[in-house]
Ligand binder design. Structure first.
Ligand code: UD1
Length: 419
């Protein structure tokens, strides 16, 4: 088992160039199946979730390789519509393979998706939407068997703007006959990015990021080269870490326009932020203050993927901050660990009340999920003394060697293999 050993109290200073967004790259990799051609996806992070997605594509017959930081996928040889069960359990994002595999093969067999243990993550909205496109879905021996004689364009109202369901419908509809309209779709920048990738292959999709997405299906697709958007959660995590240790950090290759809710909260907490076209700079020299109540929301609201990191920061702010997790249940596993480091957090239902303290103290803590693990690293960087964060395989799912990123900015953090 690997752990992070962190010596707290060092500030973060310097610059870092962001990588492509995990939550954009994963659905785009799934979408490469549709075209039956070659896709070059540029500036991808080397994350365990991405390696798992590549392994799934390979098992389904694709040629998949790294070329520097680009991923090449040749989906012409796809020869299976079964998503390998063992790999499927490893990543939640494997659920994105439903839409593309249906588009390419007319059928898909899969098991329940895996992923972070952050509460119930049902896929009923995905299934209801795919049924409207003409897909028959049956459950047999714990497997979902989905088949469509032919996919037919339809009007698809989503009961909640689910990111995954919106992506699945977009990908299936690219090969459906006629027009599909997705009403109440998710508006996350990663949705716009998926539209842009599919358009770069020759698909006809418009409206991503608005109240309605329109897809004209059945166009022939071709090979493409595509660079996904920068990772707004990697960016938010580094800036929040810098804020916690009173640092000064410049992020290059950033898209600050995707990060307003988080940047606004950082500003409100006393940090100075400069937003430019492709960079964002944070300087944290004034004392940290509690911010107005935060509730996680679909984009452009405060992202659930930044809830735990921002909570770690608010542990050190003057005053009390209220953070409500409205997207996922059970996404407060970091709270008990932060409290063991000296934080004062109380939970009432979906809401955490964070009463700021003067300082945190180093402790041996355990990451229970990806972003909660990142929160413990932030707390460890800011704490007095040494912190050990165990179970960092969770963190590797979403950050490409977080220790290298932070060491490059002046932190003392080491990856240690523990028996
Ligand atoms: C979610 C986040 C997304 C983030 C991703 C990775 C939101 C709205 N979505 O996307 O920003 O990048 O995690 O961490 O913040 N739901 C159902 N039935 C379904 C699908 C979803 O009830 O079929 C519920 C979920 O249980 C959850 C909510 O809808 O409460 C959000 O789901 P969804 O957006 O689909 O989640 P992800 O696609 O995983």
């Amino acid at each position: 088992m690997e752990s992070y050993h962190i010596s707290g109290g060092k500030t973060l200073e310097g610059e870092y160039r962001l990588k492509g967004a995990k939550n954009a790259v994963l659905p785009i990799l799934a979408a490469t199946i549709i075209s039956g051609r070659t896709s070059r996806i540029k500036n991808c992070p080397r994350l365990s979730d991405i390696r798992t997605m590549m392994a799934i594509l390979e098992e389904m017959g694709c040629g998949v390789s790294w070329d520097g930081s680009d991923i090449l996928v040749d989906s012409s040889p796809v020869n299976s519509f079964r998503i390998p069960q063992k790999l499927m359990k490893e990543i939640r994002s494997s659920v994105f393979l439903m839409g593309p595999t249906l588009a390419r093969c007319g059928q898909v067999i899969l098991s329940d998706p895996g992923g972070c243990a952050i509460g119930k993550r049902p896929i009923d909205i995905h299934l209801a939407a795919l049924r409207l496109l003409g897909v028959d879905i049956a459950e047999k021996d714990g497997l979902l068997e989905c088949r469509a004689k032919s996919l037919k364009g339809a009007v698809i109202p989503l009961s909640f703007p689910s990111v995954g369901a919106t992506e699945n419908v977009m990908m299936a509809a690219v090969m459906a006959e006629g027009e599909t309209r997705i009403l109440n779709p998710a508006k996350e920048p990663e949705i716009v990015d998926l539209q842009n990738y599919l358009t770069s292959c020759g698909a006809d999709i418009t409206g991503a990021g608005t109240e309605e997405i329109r897809i004209i299906g059945g166009l022939p697709l071709h090979e493409t080269e595509y660079e996904p958007i920068p990772d707004r959660i990697e960016a938010g995590t580094i800036l929040t870490a810098a804020a916690a240790v009173r640092g000064k950090v410049l992020l290059k290759g950033a898209a600050p326009e995707h990060m307003d809710s988080v940047l606004d909260c950082l500003e409100e907490s006393g940090c100075k932020i400069w937003r430019q076209d492709h960079s964002v700079y944070l300087e944290a020299s004034s004392p940290l203050k509690a911010v107005k109540p935060i509730e996680t929301r679909p984009y452009p609201g405060f992202p659930t993927d930044m809830q735990s990191q921002f909570m770690a920061l608010m542990c050190l702010a003057e005053g009390t901050t209220e953070i409500t997790e409205a997207i996922f249940e059970n996404r407060f596993k970091h709270v008990a660990e932060l409290n063991r480091m000296g934080a004062r957090i109380r939970i009432a239902g979906k809401t955490a009340m964070i009463e700021g303290v003067e300082s945190l103290r180093g402790q041996r803590v355990t990451a229970a999920d990806l972003r909660g693990g990142a929160a413990l690293v932030i707390a460890g960087l800011a704490a007095e003394g040494d912190t050990i964060v165990e179970n960092i395989s969770h963190i590797d799912r979403g950050y490409d060697r977080l220790e290298d990123i932070l060491t490059g900015l002046g932190a003392r953090i080491e990856r240690v293999v523990e028996p």
